[in-house]
Design a protein around this ligand. Structure first.
Ligand SMILES: Cc1cc2nc3c(=O)[nH]c(=O)nc-3n(C[C@H](O)[C@H](O)[C@H](O)COP(=O)(O)O)c2cc1C
Length: 329
């Protein structure tokens, strides 16, 4: 990747950006890069691959995020992901949960840039698919100038294709993962400085981006913007991404097409023994701010979890929305 290339991505979010969520997001934007939830390298190697990292071909471009820090295992997991057709493989250097720390991966790897670089290097040797890193500004009492520069330099030196930076520290002691996404202060300027220092490397920014206008402003200083919670809770904002970020206004989103695609997807899932709620739970925020959204949410939340629920729940929910008025983006 080069500095000429601008990217819009939807962040990896455990328990949220599963294949059903990504399928929904893909109906709203053809170009945004979609990240999976983090999956550990061990799980990829030993687990039920179809269940853990299976995806629908419609999801491309899609990146698998791996958790781990053993270079040989990361390389093996990367090989599996590349064989499955993933478009990018990303290393998690940002997740602060205790479970992750005891496995020596996630945000605590901010203290081990050489080990992260060994992983990148092993993965680059194993696959031709882009290998990228997602990190924090630093952890605990690290100096964010040196911590971030060191991580960037170590990983780019061995060929990392991008560094996505969640623009806040993680505090490994005393904060829950959720608090660690809100309490350590955001510092976008620190990411801009990194980009200025490394003009030829892809530097993406993440953290607290609420809407597309803000994302466009940040993109003026970086190569990519990554939205997490805003994209999930207010997925309707994604309908303007192709036009505003990729200059592609050729196929504006038709809500009835989205509805039909989700119903077909749901029918396949239910026929395979899956539950409707696996899909409807991600759709609740779709019409945030639209007339009829409250009723839409009620229908999905009450009927979606029913054991006999089928795709018709989606049709009924969409009927509650009074289309024709502008989405609040
Ligand atoms: C429910 C949830 C799960 C998350 N899981 C992951 C994860 O698996 N890997 C990761 O790198 N970040 C994870 N994150 C962090 C997001 O990728 C992102 O960095 C963070 O939410 C900040 O971006 P935002 O303010 O746009 O949400 C998660 C965030 C949330 C809300």
């Amino acid at each position: 990747m080069t500095d000429k290339y601008k990217q819009f991505a939807i962040a990896p979010m455990m328990d949220w950006t599963d294949r059903h969520c990504r399928f929904l997001h893909r109906q709203l934007t053809r170009h945004a890069l979609l990240y999976t939830e983090m999956v550990t390298a061990d799980a990829v190697i030993h687990g039920d691959r179809e269940r853990l990292i299976g995806y629908d071909p419609a999801e491309h471009p899609v990146a698998l995020q791996l958790g781990g820090s053993e270079p040989s295992k990361m390389a093996e997991a990367a090989r599996i992901a590349a064989d499955m057709g993933y478009d990018e493989i990303n290393i998690n250097v940002g997740c602060p949960s205790d479970r992750v720390q005891s496995g020596r991966f996630g945000a605590c790897l901010m203290q081990e840039p050489d080990l992260v670089a060994e992983c990148v290097s092993a993965m680059k040797q194993a696959v031709s698919t882009p290998v990228t890193v997602k990190c924090r500004l630093g952890v605990d009492d690290q100096d964010i100038e040196t911590a971030l520069d060191t991580m960037a330099d170590a990983t780019f030196a061995v060929g990392s294709d991008a560094l996505w930076v969640h623009a806040r520290k993680a505090w490994l002691e005393g904060l829950s993962p959720k608090e660690n996404r809100d309490i350590p202060p955001l510092d976008y300027d620190r990411v801009f400085r990194l980009k200025q220092r490394l003009p030829n490397q892809f530097i993406g920014i993440n953290g607290g981006i609420e809407n597309l206008n803000q994302a466009l402003e940040l993109l003026a200083h970086t190569d990519g913007v990554m939205l997490g919670r805003a994209a999930y809770h207010n997925a309707g904002l994604l309908v303007d991404v192709d036009r505003r970020f990729f200059g592609d206004g050729s196929s504006p989103v038709e809500w009835m097409t989205v509805r039909d695609a989700m119903m077909e997807h749901a029918a396949r899932h239910v026929a395979g023994g899956g539950r409707m709620v696996h899909i409807t739970r991600h759709m609740v925020g779709l019409f945030h701010g639209m007339p009829g959204a409250k009723r839409y949410r009620q229908i999905l939340s009450v009927k979606g979890p029913g054991v006999d629920a089928g795709p018709e729940v989606i049709a009924e929910a969409f009927d509650a929305i009074r289309f024709g008025e502008q989405l609040v983006a």
